[in-house]
Write a protein that binds this ligand. Structure first.
Ligand code: NAD
Ligand code: LMR
Length: 325
């Protein structure tokens, strides 16, 4: 039996976590042979609900769960933690953009960054989910300088999965036949879903759909899907977000599918001319517990222009939180 991995999940009494935690516990994130210790962090007023989630986790009798810790103390939650799923943050409501949450949510990530810096494993793998996810990850990284900065990432896998669905639906293809989807940039309305390199059953996806559809419908539909779910449901995506978190972490830890790539927002190393250090979504291949940005893609001028717009938005978001960096 492997040693248990300590996984810290923030916002554990919230919507996303009600779907996420049970799937981690069943082995869908780290594998069916990997025991876990679940550290659930909540703010004090939500502790009672969090205790109830822990009761239900225990009542499932998951063989892989070795302990469930409920706490409102970040230093307890992150002590020696190897995985941090940073979900705890306010969601947006109708009519808001994700960056409108910076003033409220940014502070959470500066204070948790400091605690992580002090108590977590130095190679903790972090996935920031709370919005605006890329800038919150940037804030966390700036406040956790002793943590392996490469391992501070944000979630754009939900956008990636949404893009695969839209393309499969439009082209009448099986979802499993769609490979090499790409999301560039910010998890915001400026994100750049790109099918230039995507394949459907090994053939170029761009040949299977109308070019005007790819530019004028596909990109905005994927970029505005979060808002469409909020409008339809009255609350932001939860089960699909949880599913994307599992996909992001599973692929990072256990490897992405051979012959395919996935989208992750990671600290830019300057690839594709994006400013170093910004948390920017790229196509990546995951192997041996690490990720590599896919290099040398021949990006079209149209996509490059949109990538720069998304980069500019990230710089603007960063400039508004200079007090937290
Ligand atoms: P929710 O309101 O249902 O749950 C959030 C939980 O976080 C609450 O229980 C709250 O008490 C807790 N919380 C707040 N501050 C905290 C702190 N400092 N420490 C620990 N816990 C804290 O919201 P939700 O639907 O679960 O969404 C959570 C976040 O995820 C939102 O910001 C939402 O916009 C974002 N989100 C991101 C994506 C993505 O793809 N990146 C997708 C969906 C939602
Ligand atoms: C999403 O993409 O569904 C989340 O970021 C929630 C939101 O505010 O859109």
């Amino acid at each position: 039996m492997k040693e248990p991995v300590r996984v810290t999940v923030t916002g554990a009494a919230g919507q996303i976590c009600y779907s996420l935690l049970f799937r981690i516990a069943s082995g869908e994130m780290l594998g069916k042979d990997q025991p876990v210790i679940l550290n659930l962090l909540e703010i004090t007023p939500a502790l009672k609900v969090c205790e109830a989630v822990a009761m239900e986790l225990n009542d499932c009798a998951f063989p892989l769960v070795k302990d469930v810790v409920v706490t409102d103390d970040p230093a307890v939650a992150f002590k020696d933690s190897k995985i941090g799923l940073m979900v705890g943050a306010k969601p947006r409501g109708p009519g808001m953009e994700r960056k409108d949450l910076i003033a409220d949510n940014g502070k959470i990530f500066s204070s948790l960054g400091k605690v992580i810096d002090e108590v977590a494993d130095k190679d903790i793998r972090i996935c920031v989910v709370g919005n605006p996810a890329n800038t919150n990850a940037y804030i966390l990284a700036a406040n956790a300088p002793s943590i392996n900065q490469r391992n501070i990432t944000a979630l754009t896998r939900l956008d990636h999965n949404r893009a695969i669905y839209q393309l499969a639906e439009k082209s009448g293809s099986d979802i499993a036949s769609v490979k090499k989807m790409t999301i560039w940039g910010n998890h915001s309305v400026t994100q750049v879903p790109d099918i230039t390199f995507t394949q459907i059953d090994g053939a170029n996806a761009a040949d299977k759909v109308d070019a005007a559809w790819a530019k004028e419908e596909f990109i905005p539909t994927v970029a505005k899907r979060g808002a469409a779910v909020i409008a339809a449901r009255g609350a932001s995506s939860a089960a699909s977000a949880a599913n994307a978190i599992l996909d992001h972490m599973r692929d990072w830890c256990l490897g992405s599918e051979s012959g395919d790539w996935v989208s992750m927002a990671v600290p830019s190393d300057g690839s594709y001319g994006i400013e170093k250090g910004l948390i920017y979504s790229y196509p990546v291949v995951c192997k041996d517990g690490d990720y590599e940005i896919v290099q040398d893609l021949d990006v079209t001028d149209f996509i490059k222009g949109k990538m720069v717009e998304s980069e500019t938005e990230l710089k603007e978001e960063r400039d508004t939180v200079s007090d937290l960096l």
